[in-house]
Ligand binder design. Structure first.
Ligand SMILES: Cc1ncc(COP(=O)(O)O)c(C=O)c1O
Length: 447
């Protein structure tokens, strides 16, 4: 164990941690996204800020360079950071003006492409973030069904309609998200309007609908996160929705345009009434989309859903350029192959070092869990040691087109060295951490 003084010196030398300390005094929590907090990776040691990001490389404030095996921009940057083709399209857009009194033609191009891919849908709307897109979908669905209540599974952002589930039972989100999430500031009027069900547990959904006067008009869920749907789970969900005159919304903010071009529901062969996309569709530029059946989406005109910044040209340009490149280079197939390689590597290395791990997630978003009581401590140690070797690494990898087999081999070589150290630590019953154990992040459905 290193001394308190050594720890303080390490922090002083880490320019990112120094800036974070200042940031926490003027920005609540230090930043805008829970998943990017240093404490969720390596408290006190994580580089925290970047100077430059290119391909799958990241330069920190100390000019140290890392390969990003820790999510590639919270799974958004499927083509890699600062991609040349997208940059070129954006620079052209900037020069021609990114905001105007009139609308951008690229908005219509993006709607056309999304509707062409998803033949079941007839209209599209756009906004900027994932949570926002979920809010838009919920508003449209409520307006269409005239029913107030929602059944949900998984994570869908920070808005009131979602967090309200913890008002009727403060543990509702524990199995979907972070334990003990607080609802302070959420309107009390949403209490009892939203009920959780569990993935692959059709009984938990049936139970919600079996309650008299349930007034449920919406089922919102990811078609898949950590584990595959078992049997005909998704088809059963769809038939429950239909039978109860409820709309089925698939949230593909994270899953869309990764494993396959379009979204997982196309691969799983179950069409929703509404689908939501974000993150990858713009390779990290702010753009999200809501598509749905025409008669449903038309109802958006009977309510008020409108925002100045949703008309920004750059988000549409980024999305059109990203989709073009994903399709042209068959990127989804390639990144899935990379993910399979990583999963296989983890599995072989764990076996070789006699370490118990559980692997889950889509192939392109592999997820690793150390199957021990002190799993968070082991993971913190893993991140700490990988960082020394020049890798940003945690439990989740989001594969990118910027990877290649050589880079993945380098990563797996270091994983092997660190797993070997973990084996020794397990035997000694001690993990030499230089700081605190990481805080827990979203509790993944299988994680
Ligand atoms: C399935 C899903 N829905 C919604 C969101 C929220 O998106 P955002 O963080 O862009 O608001 C996320 C983000 O991780 C997500 O994975």
């Amino acid at each position: 164990m290193i001394s308190i003084w050594q720890n303080i010196i390490l922090r002083i030398m880490n320019k990112g941690q120094q800036l974070l300390k200042k940031a926490k005094k003027i920005i609540p929590g230090g930043n805008q996204l829970l998943s990017k907090r240093s404490e969720l990776f390596l408290p006190g040691q994580w580089p925290a800020y970047y100077k430059k990001a290119k391909g799958c490389k990241v330069w920190d404030l100390n000019n140290k360079v890392y390969y990003d095996f820790a999510g590639m921009g919270v799974t958004a940057c499927v083509l890699g950071y600062s991609n040349k083709e997208i940059n070129d399209s954006l620079i052209l857009g900037l020069k021609k003006g990114s905001m105007c009194t009139l609308n951008a033609t690229e908005e219509v191009d993006l709607a056309n492409e999304l509707l062409k891919i998803h033949k079941w849908s007839g209209m599209a709307k756009f906004c900027k973030s994932g949570g926002e897109a979920c809010m838009v979908a919920i508003r449209i669905a409520r307006a269409f069904t005239n029913k107030n209540n929602i059944a949900f599974c998984g994570y869908h952002g920070w808005h009131d309609w979602y967090l309200a589930t913890n008002m009727s039972n403060s543990k509702n989100l524990d199995q979907q998200l972070l334990p003990g999430l607080k609802t302070k500031g959420v309107s009390n009027s949403f209490k009892n309007s939203i009920k959780p069900f569990m993935y692959n547990d059709i009984k938990s959904l049936k139970k919600i609908f079996s309650k008299k006067n349930n007034n449920i008009g919406i089922i919102i869920m990811e078609p898949m996160r950590g584990v595959k749907p078992s049997g005909n789970f998704l088809k059963q969900v769809k038939s429950i929705a239909k039978k109860n005159n409820a709309l089925l919304i698939f949230d593909e903010i994270t899953s869309g345009f990764k494993d396959n071009y379009g979204g997982l529901h196309l691969k799983l062969k179950v069409n929703p009434d509404i689908a939501i996309f974000g993150k990858s569709i713009g390779n990290g530029y702010p753009i999200s989309a809501i598509i749905g059946r025409k008669e449903i989406m038309q109802v958006a005109q009977d309510t008020f859903i409108s925002s100045t910044m949703w008309t920004d040209r750059l988000g549409f340009i980024a999305a059109n350029a990203t989709l073009k490149k994903l399709k042209k280079h068959n990127v989804n197939r390639i990144i899935s192959k990379y993910g399979k390689r990583i999963k296989k590597g983890w599995s072989e290395i764990a076996k070789k070092n006699d370490i118990k791990i559980v692997i889950s997630g889509q192939d392109c978003i592999p997820y690793l869990r150390f199957d021990y009581k002190n799993s968070q401590e082991i993971l913190t140690y893993f991140t700490q040691e990988m960082l020394k070797k020049g890798f940003l690494a945690g439990a989740q990898v989001a594969t990118s087109y910027a990877y290649n087999n050589l880079i993945i081999n380098k990563y797996l070589k270091e994983v092997n060295i660190v797993f070997c150290k973990i084996r020794k630590c397990l035997e000694n019953g001690k993990f030499p951490l230089k700081g605190e154990i990481k805080h827990s992040t979203f509790k993944r459905l299988t994680g």
